[in-house]
Ligand binder design. Structure first.
Ligand SMILES: NC(=O)c1ccc[n+]([C@@H]2O[C@H](COP(=O)([O-])OP(=O)(O)OC[C@H]3O[C@@H](n4cnc5c(N)ncnc54)[C@H](O)[C@@H]3O)[C@@H](O)[C@H]2O)c1
Length: 361
């Protein structure tokens, strides 16, 4: 489902990028993980692009196995001739003979709750899925984005963390299925570039949040949003001292599309995010203040899940120098504004849902 906030943000991304996206016009783009949080937003940006290019739209093959992303995230695009929806698993060979010009490979299981319950599925999506997409890209794509994670750094000894840091990662702990398979996926990307000059660019996202994320996703901002929408309290299952750098989804997608269009980024990995490092407790307080006056209560509790905090990194902050030098990217949306926009988007969605229920009752 789309909201006015998402539509406005998506149109803003296209306006900010100006003519940089012109090569997409009339081409074919395959997007995996299309029903997920980031995939849904990318698709809405491409819809905004096509509003400006009705005669030569970008055609999108939107692939998802709907294991995490709900089909209803794409429902507003039903009937759009430029989108072909494919219910498929990226870890299996792709059916059909589409050779895309562009690939945005997002399919994975990013929620720690879901990947810890499905460790082999996340390894298959990250490793075999990326391998399959690289084979496809090798047939003549102009650009491919492969989505890795800041989790490839584990609990880093260097913060802000540059791309050159090799990581401090447990390869057998409960998060290893995700972290290590992302690392192997990056090895595959670097190898395809070295062997075949496949034009793949690796993105390492740092805690992206915003409208369209599933509220039961298990990541910290959706947890806080869900609690805020329910009127609080905002519960932290830690002491709140660990830090993260939260990037609003529109900023993130804008930076990624710049990278997709730049051949200079081929074969390279980039941190993408917002350089402001905040503690989880401060993020919770910002949410509590955005959601209510007086602010909602924030509480620290212990999780019933003993593995909840195992290998949980204490600090996360990207060194964005490499990205900025190449693209000039600067995040535009501060945390408080992004949280307020997210809350407004969810309230809009709930109001529409309850309006529909009232009509059908
Ligand atoms: N959002 C973030 O902050 C963040 C941070 C680090 C990395 N990432 C990476 O970015 C990408 C997208 O993240 P997201 O937040 O949109 O995640 P998400 O979980 O919301 O979306 C991922 C989508 O991939 C689909 N999927 C999973 N396995 C699949 C398979 N085998 N075949 C086809 N589809 C499959 C899921 O159904 C889901 O719709 C992922 O690769 C994730 O690891 C995201």
């Amino acid at each position: 489902m789309i909201t006015d906030i998402i539509r406005t943000d998506a149109r803003g991304v296209v306006a900010n990028l100006g003519r940089l996206l012109d090569p997409l016009s009339g081409s074919t783009l395959m997007m995996t993980g299309a029903a997920g949080f980031l995939g849904g937003f990318f698709l809405d940006v491409l819809a905004a692009f096509n509003e400006r290019h009705p005669d030569r739209p970008v055609r999108v093959v939107a692939v998802d196995n709907f294991m995490v992303g709900p089909a209803r995230r794409l429902a507003h695009l039903d009937g759009e001739a430029w989108v072909t929806r494919v219910d498929g698993d990226v870890s299996r060979p792709m059916a059909g003979d589409v050779v895309p010009d562009w690939i945005i490979h997002l399919a994975s299981i990013a929620s720690p709750i879901v990947y810890r319950a499905n460790p082999l599925s996340v390894i298959a999506a990250n490793v075999q899925g990326t391998w399959n997409m690289l084979e496809l890209a090798r047939k003549g794509a102009k650009g491919m984005l492969a989505f890795s994670s800041s989790e490839v750094y584990g609990d880093p000894a260097i913060v802000p963390t540059p791309e050159s840091y090799n990581g401090n990662v447990s390869f057998t702990g409960p998060r290893a299925c995700y972290d290590e398979s992302k690392r192997l996926a990056e090895t595959l990307c670097a190898t395809y570039y070295r062997l075949h000059r496949t034009p793949v660019k690796v993105v390492r996202p740092f805690n992206v949040y915003g409208p369209g994320q599933r509220l039961d996703d298990g990541r910290i901002i959706p947890d806080l949003l869900r609690a805020a929408l329910a009127g609080g309290p905002l519960v932290l299952y830690s002491d709140g001292r660990a830090t993260r750098s939260f990037c609003y989804v529109a900023d993130f997608v804008e930076a990624c599309l710049m990278l997709l269009m730049m051949p200079e980024a081929d074969g390279e990995a980039f941190n993408v995010g917002n350089g402001d490092e905040v503690s989880i407790a401060d993020a919770a307080r910002a949410m509590a203040e955005s959601a209510g006056d007086p602010p909602l209560a924030v509480e620290c509790r212990q999780s019933a899940d003993s593995a909840f905090l195992v290998d949980n990194p204490q600090r996360r902050c990207p060194d964005l120098g490499k990205l900025v030098r190449l693209t000039g990217f600067q995040a535009r949306v501060p945390l408080r504004e992004g949280l307020a926009r997210s809350l407004e988007s969810y309230r809009e969605m709930r109001a529409r849902e309850s309006g529909r229920q009232a009509v059908s009752a």
